[in-house]
Write a protein that binds this ligand. Structure first.
Ligand code: HEM
Length: 490
């Protein structure tokens, strides 16, 4: 494992930081280099490469992806191209988007659970589903979701405040629970009879096996080839499907439609053809929203808390911005736009730890990317994690610095250097939803609590479709000083 957490100005400290160093970091609160994956020192041989991909695909990416514009690789006769230069990324995701589809790797990893839904489909099937679902994510609906987001964050805050002082929690699990709570409220009007722990386990079991599916796709093995954990993945997938089928049946039999995502999806029609979604389409898309929506947002929040714990000066600034923008009132949609610095912090957290660290496509026909000829069947990767740390695109790329997202700095930068939500027609449909959610949860929790990383702990960013901290994110809760009031936001 090549994992490193360093003091920016001091010596490199790989593996575990000592308690002394962490305390020093807490006191300094500045110029700390957060955990990162270093590329392999030598090119990996085939078996080593496949083993590394199964363990953590990020560890298999060569140093070229952090330094060069484009990098070609060939595994067992199959071509793959990593594209890092913003102009070339634009070609893949925008200008030449029609020459690519999602590809076998993404389909193999996600289709068994999600079916042929918005995230996994291509061509006409994708186009009509995207057209039908787009209105659901417009501002007028999002506004209605904000109270549910605030209420879920408040339930987490109250649960934390009821714990003994100084207790350690796994923030990764806690954020999964919070964003899952939000999913249930906003997508399904809060189905209290759902066993959320079982559902989360089913998702984790399924995602855990995806790296095997990716390796098998990489070497061109047929889909029936078994792999370790296949039984667990299958059970997880079936559990998710049964659960969502039950929810759809419940909604179809209830008298009045509610303003939740599931009801909106059942009612929505393609504005061009008037076509509505079948039960299979609805199931696939609700599962997609659950998987694509709750996990990614939870990770954005988890990594943000981690970074704030290393940078108490930034944390202070966020806390005071929240206090001055809300000025004692409940959090409103308008506030979200005014929380500029808070937004910059989450943007910078998603630069260092993009919740979706890899975008993959497969060429459908002969096409050129820059001067490179790309043949049909070639896999093209946009390695978002590496683009966000690319030596040519970012000054001191491994350093956490939210000023990179000040409006003028953003304007001066190429749009395709920063892609946490992707780009082009397939840009994340839930982007505004997620941005509102992360800000709302941070605003509620940071107002009354702080989180401090377990001394000596260095989280390992691990790619499992999403970017999870392997081993979780153990953090200590620091409650408000005695006598300080906990104000309810919302
Ligand atoms: C911080 C949170 C999130 C991140 C970082 C994120 C990231 C992404 C990225 C990178 C893509 C593009 C994938 C590609 O081009 O291959 C994507 C697509 C998608 N996301 Fe998100 N997402 C987030 C939250 C959400 C939420 C909250 C929802 C729904 C409630 C959602 C639903 C989707 C769907 C349906 C797609 C497929 C869009 C299409 O192909 O047309 N995402 N997301």
């Amino acid at each position: 494992m090549r994992l490193c957490g360093r003091l920016g100005s001091g010596p490199s400290v790989c593996g575990h930081l000592t308690r002394h160093l962490v305390l020093e970091i807490e006191m300094q609160g500045t110029d700390v280099t957060p955990a990162r994956i270093d590329p392999p020192a030598q090119p990996l041989r085939l078996i080593q490469l496949l083993r590394t991909v199964v363990r953590n695909p990020l560890e298999s990416w060569p140093s070229a992806v952090y330094q060069e514009h484009l990098h070609r690789s060939r595994v067992l006769g199959r071509d793959a191209i990593f594209v890092m230069h913003p102009a070339l990324i634009r070609q893949v995701l925008v200008d030449e988007a029609d020459s690519f589809d999602k590809g076998e790797m993404a389909r193999r990893a996600l289709e068994p659970a999600l079916g042929d839904a918005i995230l996994t489909s291509d061509g006409a099937r994708w186009r009509w589903q995207r057209r039908a679902a787009a209105p659901i994510f417009r501002q007028e609906h999002l506004r209605g979701f904000l109270p549910s987001m605030i209420a879920a964050a408040e339930r987490t805050r109250d649960r934390w405040l009821s714990l003994p002082a100084g207790v350690e929690i796994d923030v990764a699990r806690e954020m999964m629970q919070t964003t899952f709570d939000i999913v249930l409220e906003t997508m399904l009007s809060g189905r209290s009879n759902i066993d959320t722990a079982a559902m989360e386990r089913a998702i984790a079991d399924y995602l855990e096996s995806t790296s095997w599916m990716m390796v098998l796709a990489m070497i061109g093995a047929p889909r029936w080839v078994p792999y370790p954990g296949i039984g667990k993945a299958r059970r997880g997938r079936e559990h998710l499907k049964q659960l969502v089928d039950g929810l759809i049946a419940d909604v179809q039999h209830r008298p009045a439609a509610r303003n939740d995502l599931l009801s909106l999806l059942i009612e929505t029609t393609d504005p061009e053809t008037g076509r509505s979604m079948s039960d299979m389409d609805i199931r696939g898309n609700i599962l997609t929203f659950i998987m694509a929506g709750h996990e990614t947002t939870a990770l954005a929040l988890t990594w943000t808390f981690y970074l704030l714990s290393l940078h108490s000066d930034v944390e202070e600034r966020v806390k005071s911005e929240i206090a001055s923008v809300t000025a004692g009132s409940s959090l409103q949609l308008e506030h979200i736009d005014s929380l500029q610095y808070t937004k910059q912090v989450t943007q910078e957290a998603m630069r260092l730890y993009p919740p979706a660290p890899l975008i993959a496509r497969e060429a459908r026909r002969d096409v050129r990317i820059g001067t490179e000829a790309v043949r049909p069947g070639t896999v093209v990767y946009v390695p978002v994690y590496a683009v966000h740390r690319h030596a040519e695109l970012w000054d001191r790329p491994d350093v956490f610095d939210p000023t990179r997202f000040e409006p003028d700095a953003v304007k001066a930068r190429d749009r395709y250097a920063y892609l946490p939500f992707g780009a082009g027609l397939r840009v994340c449909i839930g982007m505004s939803f997620a941005q509102m959610e992360t800000t709302a949860v941070l605003a509620v929790l940071l107002e009354s609590l702080r989180l401090r990383l377990r001394p000596g702990y260095v989280p390992e960013p691990k790619l499992r479709v999403t970017l999870r901290p392997a081993g979780g994110m153990p953090m200590r809760l620091v409650r408000p000083a005695t006598g300080a009031a906990v104000r309810t936001v919302g």
